[in-house]
Design a protein around this ligand. Structure first.
Ligand SMILES: [Zn+2]
Length: 393
């Protein structure tokens, strides 16, 4: 009899020992790009050969595993590596911003195959925005069917409970309908996630990293990763730092209806609303004037400083190894520098040891993060089990 072992050590913890369902074997193969031989899998899982081979047969039949070239040359027949079959599987990553959207087609190995960027107005009816995004997606896909799609949204997203969107920029949207319409249009599962959280996932460089990714474009939001696990919070609002109150913003009205929010100071919307920038119609125009308009750099630096103040509290709480700042405003050098300086001033020294405050690769990171999230959700052991049962039935 094969030994049943525990898979998960606790919330957000990596597996502590192998479990033996086909879904778990696929998870094991996904964790190793080089793959494992059958002998490796028998060793690691402690399963009976017949049981393992039965599970592998089901995974082969579902197109989830393939046999790669021999692992190493040996006397006799060299063992062949079994790998997760990520070949020819495409994921669509759609970032929805306040004024622009990015539609990206990625391979499961995270290469961006093709991208489109289009202006949108998030204030428009949901149907209008979505039909344009679907049109762009169909063009990029050119007849191919993605295995899944991820959508990054500039609002708190609760994948399970559909957190209310009142007082957010998506107040007039219905996320359940968004998911239904996209799934029908793309003929694949669609996952919704907050944009800054997607970016944070895309920024992760090693499995046990702790990092905070901040996106400062029209709005401001963050994504938190603790020891490799994405923190969503009890209702999906974790990292929504835009509405933390900061003294510098006292008396300034935020779009959420309160005053004194971080977003009323340290966001693209706040910069664009400043009287000295009345001539700029879009955030892009203001950002493009970074070198030519002498008012831009000091204003951007002040916004970065205020963000640094709010981040210092998060850094003291979580002790991340890296803060990655992205978004149209976030990557401006004076913004980042002022933010970093304020963090160093405000945060307590033990939380600053080896801390990096660096620009994020925001556009690629968001697409890559969405791709990762889609993969993790699609090929989670329970979901793979369901898929195999459906296919067998
Ligand atoms: Zn607010």
């Amino acid at each position: 009899m094969s030994q049943q072992r525990t898979l998960v050590g606790g919330p957000g913890q990596p597996p502590v020992g192998p479990a033996t369902s086909a879904g778990h074997i696929l998870q094991l193969l996904r964790s190793s790009p080089a793959g494992y031989s059958r002998a490796d899998l028998l060793d690691i899982t402690g399963m009976a050969r017949s049981t393992l081979y039965e599970r592998l047969d089901a995974l082969f039949a579902a197109g989830l595993v393939y046999e790669a070239t021999p692992l190493r040359s040996q006397r006799g027949r060299p063992p062949r590596a079994l790998r997760f079959d990520d070949r020819d599987k495409l994921v669509l990553g759609i970032e929805i911003g306040h004024t622009h959207a990015g539609v990206h087609l990625l391979s499961l190995s995270r290469d961006i195959v093709a991208s489109r960027r289009l202006p949108i107005d998030i204030g428009q009816p949901q149907e209008d925005v979505v039909s344009r995004l679907m049109e762009q997606s169909r063009q990029l896909l050119d007849g191919r069917r993605p295995v899944g799609a991820g959508v990054g949204l500039p609002a708190p997203v609760d994948p399970l409970h559909r957190l209310g969107l009142e007082r957010t920029v998506l107040a007039h949207w219905d996320l359940q309908r968004l998911q239904d319409v996209m799934e029908a249009s793309l003929d694949c599962p669609v996952l919704l996630e907050n944009d800054a959280r997607s970016m944070a996932v895309g920024e992760v460089r090693h499995p046990f990293e702790s990092l905070v990714a901040v996106k400062v474009s029209t709005g401001v939001g963050s994504g938190i990763i603790v020891r490799g696990a994405l923190v969503r919070g009890a209702h999906g609002a974790a990292g929504d730092i835009g509405h933390v109150r900061v003294p510098e913003a006292a008396g300034r009205l935020c779009r959420c209806g309160r005053d004194g929010c971080l977003a009323a100071m340290a966001s693209g919307r706040a910069l664009l609303a400043a009287p000295q920038f009345a001539a700029y119609r879009t955030l892009r125009q203001l950002v493009d004037a970074y070198d030519s308009d002498p008012d831009v750099r000091p204003a951007v630096a002040e916004a970065g400083r205020v963000l640094g103040r709010a981040l210092a509290a998060i850094i003291g709480t979580l002790n991340p190894g890296r803060v990655a700042v992205g978004g149209l405003v976030g990557v401006l050098p004076d913004f980042l520098q002022a933010c970093r300086r304020q963090i160093l001033d405000d945060a307590f020294e033990p939380s600053l040891v080896d801390l990096e405050v660096v620009p994020a690769d925001s556009r690629a990171a968001t697409a890559v993060g969405l791709c990762r999230l889609v993969e993790e959700s699609l090929y989670a052991p329970e979901r793979v089990e369901q898929m195999l049962v459906q296919q067998a039935g």
